[in-house]
Design a protein around this ligand. Structure first.
Ligand SMILES: *[C@@H]1O[C@H](CO)[C@@H](O)[C@H](O)[C@H]1NC(C)=O
Ligand SMILES: *[C@@H]1O[C@H](CO)[C@@H](O)[C@H](O)[C@H]1NC(C)=O
Ligand SMILES: *[C@@H]1O[C@H](CO)[C@@H](O)[C@H](O)[C@H]1NC(C)=O
Ligand SMILES: *[C@@H]1O[C@H](CO)[C@@H](O)[C@H](O)[C@H]1NC(C)=O
Ligand SMILES: *[C@@H]1O[C@H](CO)[C@@H](O)[C@H](O)[C@H]1NC(C)=O
Length: 573
């Protein structure tokens, strides 16, 4: 997962923004953090003829209608449950108005920009243009090159503006400010030191056999439906090696039927060294979602002026047939992103939900997180997209006794908390209110927003995984990047049974999940009730965020899956 990295806008950028607004037009992302993230160094201004790829998010129609539709198709008590839209039906619903389409095309045409690609839902345009044209099109923007290790990115360190008349037609322009996010796993020295400190240096570690035993998957719990599918997404030049996957399955895949090859790679698979995270995602989604056709979305948007995460979303909306389940370990600090951007990305998740896709995000590896707020005090720091009300967010746990496959407790890194941007959705209101009401001790209320979307929704083991990467089996790999593909595979297995019975897949899971749990104690989850996650190292909270407790909590959600019972509960919705 990404580390916290944003700070505040410097006072001077804020006043510059205000000036630009008056002078030249409209700044759609004036709250976007413009700081260059640590690790990226300046490589000079790009030359005027250098080509950029910018992504224009066109204003959609019927977003309110889309939100209502998602509610109906995801609510097991609605007669519309499971009546998902095809990509074509989705286009009819959300595509921008003809006025928007023609205004934007005229505007781009006036600057000589002709090389544009649209997508099936027609609500994004990806256009190639020289840097000099981009700078005239978006007054204020100034394109520079930045370098981090082997990666380079072209970005504008100053805000862009749009013509006032574009304000009702464009949500934001991608490719100016947000840098590709590095996924720093909680694997490194710190966690190892922590384990040594706890005298756990020699324990067994988590393997597919451990996961399958713990979540009560038998040898027979594998996919059999030919059209079922699952996927994980990788950004920032992370590759998996087919040979690593094959070796992993040879070492750890005995005792259950499985595949040892990825069915389809969408995008670019490099030849270089394998990435730890890429190997982890593929190896574990294929161990719980065993024998299910698996896709990898790899490094979409590789041009140095594109945002890879945004490019992945465009891909989803440009393919009529994609896997039913997507596991994504990616996130950024909510407070570093513009509201315009987050709200639009949230609509992209509604679009996925309308199609019946289950989108799972890792909750992050920094517990409640921490940021400075005005007056020298602190507050927790939620992560996005984990905080979107239209995704299912996965937290992390660890074994209480690392030599025994029983009893799970909080993994102290497990991301969780409350959004400052998205209000609490109805589906979780009762569960969250109960938590806030019953928790014996809560952090000071100034640290979080109790009316926001609370996460995670559920969790799984996130500590001490074995992974094969570059042909070498490595222990100690940890993070919610590990728990997310595990849950992804389990959701895909449940979909398998639903498809076998002629029923639609689960789609957006949260409404069904919270409803199921609120019916009364069920055995569908192992309720994690011990341990707290980390947060600010200050006097008020002393490094502690929220603590797990009975029922739902903002550390481990509902707990970890007990496959046979969860299957039973979700099969006959
Ligand atoms: C979307 O798919 C169509 C058809 O395959 C393709 O022509 C178009 O370039 C794609 N759009 C983008 C943004 O890649
Ligand atoms: C694996 O899935 C395929 C369909 O995708 C099915 O034909 C095959 O029987 C399954 N393997 C096992 C061992 O059940
Ligand atoms: C499986 O997928 C193929 C190709 O996408 C499709 O033609 C076929 O109808 C599907 N079969 C079922 C039973 O859904
Ligand atoms: C708390 O969240 C709500 C939306 O859920 C938002 O309107 C409000 O501004 C947030 N408050 C703070 C202090 O961020
Ligand atoms: C698996 O089932 C056993 C009993 O059948 C139960 O004790 C255990 O808690 C279950 N595992 C989970 C993760 O719920």
């Amino acid at each position: 997962m990404a580390g916290a990295r944003g700070r505040f806008l410097l006072a001077f950028t804020v006043s510059l923004v205000a000036w630009w607004c008056l002078a030249l037009g409209w700044t759609p992302e004036q709250d976007q953090n413009l700081q260059i993230p640590a690790g990226w160094s300046h490589g000079g201004r790009v030359s005027p003829l250098d080509e950029l790829v910018l992504t224009f998010a066109l204003r959609q129609q019927n977003v309110d209608h889309l939100a209502k539709l998602v509610e109906r198709v995801s609510d097991p008590d609605s007669p519309q449950y499971g009546k998902f839209l095809s990509l074509e039906e989705l286009r009819v619903l959300v595509q921008p108005s003809l006025v928007t389409l023609s205004t934007v095309h005229k505007w781009l045409g006036a600057y000589g920009i002709k090389d544009c690609k649209t997508i099936s839902t027609m609500d994004f345009l990806e256009c190639v243009m020289p840097a000099s044209t981009a700078e005239r099109l978006l007054p204020g923007a100034q394109f520079h090159r930045y370098v981090s290790g082997q990666h380079s990115a072209v970005r504008s360190p100053v805000p862009y503006t749009l013509h006032e008349e574009m304000a009702e037609h464009i949500d934001f322009v991608g490719g100016l400010h947000r840098f590709p996010v590095e996924r720093n796993m909680a694997s490194g020295k710190e966690k190892m030191a922590w384990h040594r400190h706890k005298r756990e240096a020699f324990h067994l570690g988590v393997t597919p056999a451990v996961i399958r035993k713990r979540y009560n998957l038998t040898a027979g719990d594998i996919g059999v439906w030919p059209n079922n599918s699952q996927a994980c997404a990788q950004f920032l030049e992370q590759y998996f090696h087919p040979a690593d996957l094959a070796e992993f399955m040879q070492l750890f895949g005995s005792g259950f039927g499985h595949r040892s090859r990825v069915e389809q790679v969408v995008g670019h698979q490099g030849q270089g060294k394998a990435g730890l995270e890429a190997s982890l995602d593929v190896e574990y989604i294929m161990s719980t979602g065993a024998n299910i056709s698996t896709w990898v979305f790899s490094n979409a948007g590789r041009h140095e002026s594109q945002e890879p995460f945004l490019a992945w979303l465009l891909l989803l909306s440009n393919m009529s047939s994609v896997p039913w389940v997507h596991s994504v370990s990616y996130g950024d600090d909510e407070d570093s992103l513009s509201r315009a951007y987050m709200e639009r990305i949230n609509v992209e998740f509604m679009k996925a939900a309308a199609r019946g896709l289950t989108v799972l995000f890792a909750s992050g590896d920094e517990g409640a997180g921490c940021r400075n707020v005005a007056g020298g005090s602190h507050a927790f720091r939620p992560s996005f997209p984990a905080s979107s009300p239209y995704v299912t967010t996965v937290g992390g746990t660890a074994f209480k006794n690392p030599f025994r496959v029983t009893w799970e407790v909080t993994d102290y890194i497990s991301g969780g908390g409350f959004s400052n941007v998205f209000p609490m959705p109805d589906y979780q209101a009762t569960a969250v209110k109960n938590f806030l009401h019953l928790a014996p001790k809560l952090p000071p209320s100034s640290y979080y927003n109790r009316s926001g979307r609370a996460y995670p929704d559920l969790s799984a083991l996130s500590d001490n995984y074995w992974v094969v990467t570059n042909r070498i089996p490595l222990p100690w790999v940890s993070g919610t990047s590990a728990s997310t593909p595990v849950v992804g595979g389990i959701v895909a297995l449940i979909n398998d049974h639903r498809l076998q019975n002629g029923w639609p897949p689960l789609g957006f899971l949260n409404p069904a999940l919270y409803k199921l749990q609120e019916k009364g104690p069920s055995d569908a989850f192992y309720d994690v009730t011990q341990g707290c996650h980390l947060s600010c190292l200050d006097e008020a909270v002393q490094g502690q965020g929220f603590c797990a407790g009975p029922s739902w909590d903002p550390v481990t959600g509902w707990g970890t899956p007990n496959f046979p019972q969860l299957l039973r509960a979700l099969l006959n919705l």
